[in-house]
Design a binder for this molecule. Structure first.
Ligand SMILES: Cc1cc2nc3c(=O)[nH]c(=O)nc-3n(C[C@H](O)[C@H](O)[C@H](O)COP(=O)(O)OP(=O)(O)OC[C@H]3O[C@@H](n4cnc5c(N)ncnc54)[C@H](O)[C@@H]3O)c2cc1C
Length: 408
């Protein structure tokens, strides 16, 4: 397998960006201003919020402030599973009752369809295919967990979930040693970067103002403070996920976790013939340290896994060369509740053609600290220069393109 896609190499922002191309950059904030709502962070959380707010109340003046470019974080680096899993569902049921949790689960099921619908309505071609989610057991212990997990999901109203034995599993996909699997229709595979790029464009087309290259250094009531000016708004929404600890006063608010992915070269038709996977389900397994995979639109297998704390806020520089010690895996709990997606990731380059760093605990442009000289650091590649003089000066005064592509 080769070690590059489109001339990019391990450690760049993500396989998906290398595959689809890095974005051209929107103008940074030009000075003090005001809005009805200011959203800090241009990932899925910030952009979907802007999208539905603007749809609901078209006259709202909404501003999105993004430190780099939309989709720079986990939204441009993830496994592309669009699915109905809920982190903390059992706790929610304890707090609000089982029926409320069942309603929440139904809403999550509907959300999968809603994303598919909204993407179609906005003309976003994100390689979406709703083939459901298949989770496979490969050992007797995994099979016991699988059955428990399956029953647990049924108890939250998933009547359309199915349990398969070894033969039925192999009819869908031939995973070595598979002894059984569980499948839900409430899942789709997608290309994360195509979705986030399309969403940012859709939000802008609706009339939302999006400023990139605009790091918010502090959020105060009704104020989002940046080096280029302050946006005043009655509502300031923090949508900064794994980067939250970098905001003034938020160091202990959010514990970044990491996860790593690799992608193969496109498989040949003969290889696909032997693997199966014609239904394009997203694929997981029942190991304690979770695994997630998808068959991409161009015939690769993109898979990721692990999941542990990144370096603590006291030691924010996490790199491939200085990778964090794994702590407890944060996959499926023993009660069978769904996986929790970590917000941040670092790369452990694998043997497949691509290994990429998803979000780092704190990217060096943000902290001002340079990543250590590992494989990722040496393989950083230039990010397309911004178009306007103002944007160019924002880049040159804050970080170089080289540093911009060095997530940690
Ligand atoms: C390797 C990996 C695989 C994953 N796979 C899946 C999956 O298959 N399915 C799934 O559902 N979830 C998955 N996840 C999780 C999912 O990607 C995230 O939960 C989701 O993208 C978070 O979106 P977000 O908008 O909240 O955060 P982000 O995408 O991180 O967006 C936050 C944005 O805020 C910006 N920002 C941060 N701080 C500031 C600041 N101070 N000022 C201005 N801007 C700022 C960042 O640059 C970033 O663009 C995965 C995560 C990882 C890391």
């Amino acid at each position: 397998m080769s070690s590059s896609v489109n001339g990019a190499v391990n450690g760049a922002i993500s396989f998906w960006y290398a595959h689809d191309g890095l974005p051209s950059v929107r103008e940074p904030l030009a000075g003090d201003t005001s809005a009805d709502v200011v959203i800090v962070g241009g990932g899925y959380t910030g952009l979907w919020t802007a999208y539905y707010l603007k749809k609901a109340v078209p006259f709202l003046r909404i501003t999105v402030l993004e430190q780099k470019f939309c989709g720079y974080g986990a939204s441009g680096r993830n496994g592309g599973w669009l699915y109905n899993g809920i982190a903390g569902r059992d706790r929610y049921a304890k707090l609000h009752g089982h029926e409320a949790a069942v309603r929440l689960q139904r809403a999550m099921n509907d959300t999968v369809d809603e994303v598919v619908r909204a993407a179609a309505e906005e003309g976003i071609d994100a390689d979406i295919h709703k083939g459901g989610v298949l989770e496979v057991a490969r050992t007797p212990a995994q099979l016991a967990r699988l059955k428990e997990f399956h029953a647990h999901e049924l108890s939250y109203g998933e009547k359309d979930r199915e349990l398969y034995g070894a033969r039925e599993t192999a009819e869908r996909i031939r995973v070595a040693d598979a002894v059984g699997s569980t499948w839900t229709p409430h899942g789709a595979r997608l290309h994360p970067v195509k979705l986030v790029k399309g969403l940012a464009a859709a939000v802008e087309a609706l009339g939302v103002t999006v400023h990139e290259l605009t790091p918010v250094t502090e959020i105060r009531p009704k104020h989002a403070v940046t080096p280029y000016g302050t946006v005043r708004a009655p509502y300031v929404l923090r949508c900064t996920e794994g980067f939250t600890a970098g905001l003034k006063g938020q160091r202990r608010t959010w514990l970044p976790m990491n996860s790593s992915m690799i992608a193969t070269e496109p498989l040949s038709p003969e290889q696909w013939e032997s693997v199966g996977w014609a239904g394009l389900e997203t694929l997981g397994d029942m190991a304690h340290a979770y695994m997630y995979a998808q068959r991409t639109a161009d015939g690769r297998i993109a898979l990721g896994g692990r999941g542990c704390r990144t370096a603590s806020a006291r030691a924010p520089t996490t790199t491939a060369a200085r990778s964090p010690r794994p702590s407890r895996p944060c996959g499926r709990s023993s009660s069978g509740s769904s996986r929790r997606w970590p917000g941040c990731a670092s790369t452990t380059p694998g043997r497949a053609s691509w290994a990429y760093r998803a979000t780092g605990a704190r990217p060096s442009p943000w902290t001002g600290r340079r990543g250590s000289a590992g494989r990722a650091a040496t393989s950083a590649r230039a990010w397309p220069p911004p178009t306007s003089p103002r944007a160019r000066s924002a880049i040159s005064s804050n970080w170089t393109p080289d540093r911009a592509c060095r997530p940690n």
